[in-house]
Design a protein around this ligand. Structure first.
Ligand SMILES: [Zn+2]
Length: 281
């Protein structure tokens, strides 16, 4: 009997411990919930404030958040969900909606049904209707200022056309006895997958012979100096290869609109950095 009584006491004691643990656990959960809710409220406040900011302060926010994240990156890598990052992304959401700076690359392909209103630059070349005037004016002014040797070689390309190019290359390698995977890898080295070329947008132009020699021309020098005045940027600069994922292309220029082109030039940002902010840096 005594033994049994002792056992019951022990059981009661154990139950009390379990109860205490449960209470502590419950309190911890409550604290966690409170912390998460508080953080959300703070972030939302930040968003509301950001949406009201003018262009200039928007820019300031962008720079600030970039700096903050850069310094965090130097000390550690654990800032994936960092507050600054979240604010930066929401800060740039308005940028993502802007057709002028639509980002198209391997990570951001266009949907198959993407369409754009085009206008003819000449008999065979087309450009986005909303951006063709600045392109025409830019070429006109270059010629007017003595740079006669300039022409738009490649402008709009349809996704269908790119599909044809891509598949033709895959088939060529398959016929040579390569595996599907090898054929794809070899093709990826020099042909953009359909949907991932910004030429689909009708906002990109390749000048002259589409080769590196363009870098040594008067036209290239002129474009570096003046293209932003027409809303164009050098899309794949040499020092941004790691960020764009594309090798330096002196011949490839992209329309992003006057305002964005000027900001990007002033701050030395490529399109990925400008649109996505510090997430990529
Ligand atoms: Zn190009």
């Amino acid at each position: 009997m005594r033994k049994k009584g002792g056992k019951e006491k022990l059981n009661r004691l154990a139950n009390t411990h379990v109860l205490q643990l449960a209470i502590i656990l419950f309190l911890l959960i409550i604290i966690a919930v409170v912390v998460i809710v508080a953080r959300k409220v703070i972030l939302n406040d930040g968003r509301a404030a950001n949406s009201e900011t003018s262009e200039i302060s928007n820019n300031d926010n962008f720079e600030q958040s970039q700096n903050t994240t850069n310094s965090t990156n130097e000390t550690g890598t654990e800032n994936e969900t960092n507050t600054t990052d979240t604010v930066t992304v929401s800060n740039n959401l308005s940028l993502l909606d802007d057709w002028q700076i639509r980002l198209v690359n391997r990570e951001n392909p266009l949907p198959d049904d993407f369409t754009v209103e085009l206008e003819n630059l000449d008999a065979s070349r087309k450009f986005d209707k909303r951006a063709i005037e600045p392109l025409k004016q830019m070429i006109f002014d270059m010629r007017d200022q003595g740079i006669k040797n300039i022409w738009a070689q490649s402008t709009y390309r349809s996704i269908e056309y790119q599909k044809g190019l891509y598949e033709k290359s895959i088939n060529k390698y398959l016929k040579q006895g390569k595996s599907q995977e090898e054929a794809q890898k070899l093709t990826d080295e020099y042909i953009n997958r359909p949907g991932t070329s910004e030429h689909h947008l009708g906002l990109a132009v390749d000048f002259n012979n589409v080769d590196e020699g363009f870098e040594n021309t008067k036209a290239y020098k002129w474009l570096l100096e003046n293209a932003s005045d027409y809303g164009f940027i050098l899309r794949y600069p040499k020092e941004k290869e790691d960020i764009t994922g594309i090798e330096y292309e002196p011949w490839h220029w992209r329309y992003v609109g006057l305002e964005h082109a000027k900001k990007m030039k002033e701050q030395n940002l490529c399109l990925e950095e400008y649109v996505l902010g510090s997430r990529l840096v």
